[in-house]
Ligand binder design. Structure first.
Ligand code: GLC
Length: 577
């Protein structure tokens, strides 16, 4: 098993989570050393952080990803690029298009609208500033030395978080961040007002779980890129972070450290889950376990959650309130990484293990802990799985595994070091081995494979936008180019990113920067895709800038956490006999 996370091995070991928690509680009580605070934020090992008591120090990323080091990586023989530093004419065009989308509030730039598509008759909510859509725009501005818009955005959205949020008669949690906002100009009074959507206007009336996480990750990127510690240190930002964290670190009935999510709460903001009725009369239509989708514990959100927790850890102050959250984050990170690295990971060996699972096991000795029925493994996975490579599957909950590939979750797992270095390398191996399926003619499919016919009917609720190989259902989203590029640079494989960027450069500008592409190979402009979709434009710019100057990676990447990587403690001999 590539990641060294063999479930069989894990099962024969002592309760690692328990052992590590004990270890950690000891660490948390140790005296704190005072270490001088440096200019940039850093992401150190969880144990180092808690021991040192200083969460902001040494910028080791800059040394690790210094331009010199990365230039030598870029020169690897595998790179097809004649000269990766040549400016492409599309870059200037993209900057111009991106600047057209900037939204001003009382004269200050505060974000970018989702799409600037004049040809489209339906505006819907594409004239709003979406938190998730602004993320790649923000990175582009930061990388270009224009942090002002990012700072304004962070402050404005923080202000919106303070609003009372209601859906009908139900009040939402205090920490919920908006999915999007809009600036309304009143020409008579000559004033600007903000209108925000926390899910009460969204299709399906779902609050965005991802917004708060993107906000925390962006705050770190801003701080890391500018060295401006004052914003993150401010009482308002500290409180904003704590409110977001309070929503996802609360205790309840959960037996898993992963976050339970509803459909439509993230980039995939429509129903992609099975209905509760899976039988039609007396006939099962298909395997129940293939029908999970987003509802449950989607990797997209789990990876984002993990990354946001790690980012928050670098920024939270060690005051009375902050310290309580730091302690909870440390414990959660341990449990979360253990759970995902073990139970979400799939490669050839692990697939074979699941294929031979016994069911109805009871007690602590169970190998098939979640009672996954092997017959529920979908047929496609057996051909899809290469001998070399692996990935984090879409969703894991009792007796349900969604074996689909999700791009965002896997790339974020690499960037946040949720994936071990071996797992990261294996994800890249899989991408290379299954390039035709996952990339085809345009990077990158949001999910693979598509749900068809009956499955589409039940999982998407007959959603006409989510037909097979379209939109969220196996559609291709150019915005993912920045995530792929960052993951490639982090794993030392820039040549893969170059290949993907080449594909994007063949079509993106000619096709007027579509929101998404359709088809098995991503050859067709999406049926209902907007043109001049902002995050398609910004995603391209970020990918280009990162490849040109890999030191930019530091603002959206976290180093591996040595404490989480520690080999599990073995059982004593008496246990194994
Ligand atoms: C669509 C996408 C969503 C995005 C929004 C604005 O609803 O599914 O992820 O944020 O458009 O572009």
């Amino acid at each position: 098993m590539v990641g060294g996370m063999d479930l069989r091995k894990v099962d024969s070991l002592a309760s690692i989570a328990e052992a590590e928690d004990l270890d950690f509680s000891r660490l948390l009580d140790r005296p704190r050393l005072k270490i001088e605070r440096k200019r940039s934020f850093d992401e150190r090992s969880v144990s180092e952080l808690t021991v040192s008591g200083n969460l902001r120090q040494v910028d080791s990323y800059d040394s690790m990803y210094s331009l010199g080091t990365m230039r030598s990586v870029l020169d690897t023989p595998g790179s097809s690029a004649p000269n990766p530093f040549d400016p492409h004419p599309m870059v200037a065009e993209a900057w111009e298009a991106l600047r057209r989308t900037i939204v001003f509030f009382r004269g200050q730039p505060v974000g970018t609208i989702a799409a600037y598509d004049h040809a489209s008759e339906e505006v819907l909510n594409y004239d709003q500033v979406f938190v998730r859509d602004f993320f790649p725009s923000a990175l582009a501005f930061l990388m270009n030395g224009e942090p002002e818009i990012v700072k304004n955005f962070l402050v404005k959205t923080l202000h919106l978080q303070g609003w009372e949020k209601r859906i009908d008669r139900f009040k939402l949690g205090e920490g919920v961040m908006p999915a999007s906002f809009k600036v309304k100009h009143d020409p008579t009074r000559q004033t600007d007002n903000l209108i925000a959507d926390f899910g009460e206007s969204a299709i399906g009336r779902v609050a965005p779980i991802d917004s708060g996480f993107w906000w925390i990750i962006l705050l770190r990127a801003y701080t890391k890129s500018t060295g401006d510690l004052a914003l993150a240190d401010s009482a308002e930002c500290q409180k904003g972070m704590r409110l977001i964290l309070a929503l996802c670190l609360s205790e309840g009935f959960d037996t898993f450290p992963t976050l339970l999510c509803t459909d439509g709460c993230s980039m995939i903001d429509r129903r992609m889950v099975s209905s509760s009725t899976l039988c039609w009369g007396t006939h099962y239509l298909w395997n129940e376990q293939t029908l999970q989708g987003i509802y449950g514990y989607p990797i997209e959100i789990q990876a984002l959650f993990f990354m946001a927790l790690r980012c928050a850890l670098t920024m939270l102050k060690q005051d009375t309130e902050g310290k309580e959250f730091i302690d909870r984050i440390v414990k959660r990170l341990h449990a979360l990484s253990y759970h995902i690295r073990n139970y979400f990971w799939l490669d050839f060996q692990q697939l074979n293990v699941i294929y031979r699972y016994k069911t109805e096991e009871y007690s602590h000795t169970a190998v098939n802990k979640f009672n996954v029925i092997p017959d529920s493994i979908p047929d496609w996975i057996f051909d899809f799985m290469p001998t070399r490579g692996g990935y984090f599957i879409g969703n894991v909950s009792p007796a349900r595994m969604d074996f689909r590939w999700f791009s965002l979750g896997n790339c974020l797992a690499i960037l946040s070091s949720l994936a071990t270095p071996e797992q990261s390398a294996a994800i890249m191996d899989l991408l290379e081995a299954r390039w035709e399926e996952l990339v085809g003619e345009m990077p990158l499919k949001v999910a693979y494979p598509a749900l068809e016919s009956h499955e589409w009917r039940i999982v998407t609720g007959c959603d006409p936008k989510n037909t097979r190989w379209s939109y969220h259902n196996g559609g291709t989203w150019p915005v993912t180019l920045w995530l792929l590029t960052a993951a490639c640079i982090k794993t030392g494989r820039p040549q893969i990113a170059r290949r993907a960027i080449d594909l994007a450069e063949n079509r993106l500008s000619k096709d007027s920067w579509p929101e998404y592409y359709d088809g098995k190979l991503g050859r067709y402009i999406g049926k209902q895709a907007r043109k001049f979709q902002t995050w398609s434009i910004a995603g391209y710019l970020v990918a280009k800038m990162m490849l040109e100057d890999p030191s930019h990676l530091g603002m959206i990447s976290l180093e591996e956490d040595k404490a989480m990587m520690r080999p599990p403690i073995k059982r004593s001999a008496s246990w194994t006999i």
